[in-house]
Design a protein around this ligand. Structure first.
Ligand code: C5P
Length: 304
C-alpha cells in the first residue's frame, strides 16, 4: 500500500528581548508589552493524512521528552481539535513531532508545536484557512502561538497574542542556555504577583527596544534587554543568577532570562563571538550552550 504524501512544517523558538508585565486582568492573564524574536532553534512536525490523529514524539538529547504532555493534553492534539471544530470536519493525521526546543524553558516550544500543527493540518487537508482565522485559533491555543505563526521580530500586546511585526535590519547572534529542569509559566506569573502586590497597571513600554532593534546595533539591543519576569524566575531558581553572571564574564554583550525562564540567553557581537561565548560556558560546566540567530521565519513548510 502506498503511503499518502507527507509534509514537514518547521516552527521556531522565541525570545523576549523586552518583556513588560502589568498587574493581572480580571481574567487572570497579565497585560504584556513585549518584543518577540524568532530564533534558529526549531521543532519539526511531519505528517500525512490518516483516519484519526496520532502523535509520536522524538527529541534531541538536550530535551526532556518526558515533560511533553501526551494524549489529548498534547498541544498538537488541541490544535487539531480546534481546527476540526472550526471547519466542522475531521482532520486526522499521523504525525511525528521532533523536538529541539527545550520543554518548559521560556522559549515557547509548545506554542511553536501548536503553530506547526495548525499550518501542517491546514496544508494536509487543503483547507486554505484565512490568515485572520488561523491567528484567532492560535490565540485561543496560547498567548505565544500567534507569534509562532508570524515569526521575525514583532511587538506583542494584549496577553501577548496581538502581534505587530517591527522593523529589524539586524542578524542577531545569541547563545541560548536551557536548564536541565523547567519552570512552570503560571507558577512564575503567580510568584511575580506575590512580589508585586500592587503591580503596575500598564506594562513597561517596548519603545526603547523597538528603537534599538531598528538601529541594527547589538550594543544598543544589549543595553535595552528587559524582562520583568526575571526577578520572579531568579527568586524561584537562584542558580540562574550565577549563569547570567558567567555569560557576561565570558564576554557576552548582555544576558537575561527569556520569557518565564529558566532558559538564559546572551547577545553577542557576531557568529565568532557567539561561538566563543558558548564554548566558554560549556567549559564552565554548562554543556548545553547553543548558538542561534534571529530573526527567522514563523511556522512554515520545509518539505513538500
Ligand atoms: O496563554 P498561555 O496558555 O500560554 O498561558 C499560560 C499561563 O501563563 C496562563 O495560564 C497564565 O497563568 C500565564 N500567563 C499570564 N499572562 C499572560 C500570558 C500567560 O498570566 N499574558
Amino acid at each position: 500500500m502506498t503511503r499518502p504524501p507527507s509534509l514537514t512544517v518547521r516552527a521556531a523558538a522565541k525570545l523576549n528581548l523586552h518583556l513588560g508585565v502589568g498587574g493581572p486582568r480580571e481574567d487572570g492573564y497579565h497585560p504584556l508589552a513585549t518584543v518577540y524574536q524568532a530564533v534558529s532553534l526549531y521543532d519539526d512536525l511531519t505528517g500525512h493524512r490518516a483516519p484519526g490523529l496520532s502523535v509520536d514524539l522524538t527529541a534531541a538529547r538536550h530535551v526532556v521528552a518526558g515533560d511533553v504532555p501526551s494524549g489529548e493534553g498534547n498541544i498538537v492534539a488541541r490544535a487539531a481539535a480546534l481546527l476540526e471544530a472550526h471547519h466542522g470536519v475531521p482532520l486526522g493525521a499521523t504525525v511525528t513531532l521532533h523536538k529541539e526546543i527545550p520543554v518548559a524553558g521560556g522559549l515557547a516550544g509548545g506554542s511553536a508545536d501548536a503553530a506547526a500543527a495548525l499550518v501542517l493540518l491546514d496544508r494536509l487537508w487543503e483547507l486554505d484557512t484565512p490568515e485572520p482565522d488561523l491567528l484567532r485559533l492560535a490565540g485561543a491555543l496560547g498567548s505565544d502561538v500567534p507569534f509562532a505563526l508570524v515569526g521575525g521580530t514583532a511587538v506583542g500586546s494584549g496577553r501577548g497574542e496581538l502581534v505587530t511585526p517591527t522593523a529589524d535590519p539586524g542578524t542577531w547572534w545569541w547563545v541560548v542556555v536551557p536548564s536541565p529542569s523547567g519552570l512552570s509559566t503560571p507558577a512564575v506569573y503567580r510568584h511575580w504577583d506575590r512580589l508585586h502586590p500592587d503591580g503596575p497597571v500598564a506594562p513597561a513600554s517596548v519603545d526603547r527596544m523597538v528603537a534599538a532593534v531598528a538601529s541594527g546595533d547589538p550594543r544598543a539591543v544589549a543595553a535595552a534587554l528587559h524582562n520583568d519576569l526575571q526577578v520572579a524566575a531568579l527568586d524561584l531558581r537562584p542558580d540562574l543568577g550565577a549563569l547570567l553572571a558567567r555569560g557576561e564574564a565570558e564576554g557576552a554583550l548582555g544576558g537575561q532570562v527569556t520569557g518565564s525562564g529558566p532558559t538564559c540567553v546572551f547577545l553577542c557581537e557576531d557568529g565568532d563571538h557567539a561561538r566563543a561565548v558558548a564554548a566558554g560556558l560549556r567549559g564552565a560546566g554548562r554543556p548545553v550552550a547553543m548558538v542561534a540567530t534571529g530573526p527567522v521565519a514563523g511556522a512554515h513548510l520545509v518539505v513538500a
